[in-house]
Design a protein around this ligand. Sequence first.
Ligand code: B12
Length: 206
Amino acid sequence: MIEIRRRAAALGFSATGIARLDRNPHAAQIDRWLADGHAGTMTYLHRQAEKRKDPRLIMPEARSAVVTLTNYYHRADLTPRSDVKARVAQYAWSSDYHDVLGARLEQLAAAIRETVPGSITRCYVDAGPVPERELAQLAGLGWIGKNMMLIHPEIGSFTFIGVVLTSAELDADLPFEADRCGTCRRCLDACPTRAFAGPRDLDARS
Ligand code: B12
């Protein structure tokens, strides 16, 4: 839907794609990850599992997901310095993204309702039971790297994902099928807490 993409770009989203809502094709990965205890103390992830495995359960009227990326890369000098004891991740350098993107997503949701009269919408950024990376890959926005990050081919992985679920039947984008990580494993080896049990398998207890 060209109009929805145009409105999303005007609102400042870095990229936008559309996915049809279906059962999560990687539902088994969620079960395995939880069974291995890799969610640690995040017990809410166990409670939300059924909805992550089938996002249609979140909002029964929903047919499509409009998925947005927002670039938060700050182009800073990231060379490790011996005089610095602790570093703050770049995603936390700006105002709380839940507030900033939540408000922007509400504006996009209004544009969707305007474009498809009678449709209903619900916005999510990080806090809900939505499989956000999965939906972003299905919406053609990038591939899921070995560090589990959604990687956009041009913007990279320093992005927040925001999702509007809607009852509107929108034309979906093609999923991003390629896995561009190949044999590279630099992210796995660089992880300072050795948190990866393997590719696409982060143990949050590490
Ligand atoms: C719980 C959580 C965490 C936990 C656990 C992280 C994890 N790897 O699961 C902790 C606290 C550690 C964490 C850390 C971070 N998080 Co976090 N987190 C979440 C949250 C709330 C749920 C993720 C979840 O369900 N994990 C369980 C796993 C099993 O599911 P999954 O990550 O979606 O992975 C799916 C794919 O890997 C897929 N899959 C598996 N194999 C394959 C193979 C192929 C070929 C394909 C296509 C798919 C596929 O199956 C999985 C299930 O669907 C999401 C928001 C959301 N609602 O989804 C944000 C989210 C994933 N986090 C985000 C961010 C920014 C971060 C950090 C970078 C923050 C920071 N700097 O510290 C780190 C990155 C850590 C990492 N490498 O994953 C962003 C990621 C954006 C992006 N570009 O990917 C999200 C989407 C929030 C947002 N709205 O922007 N996070």
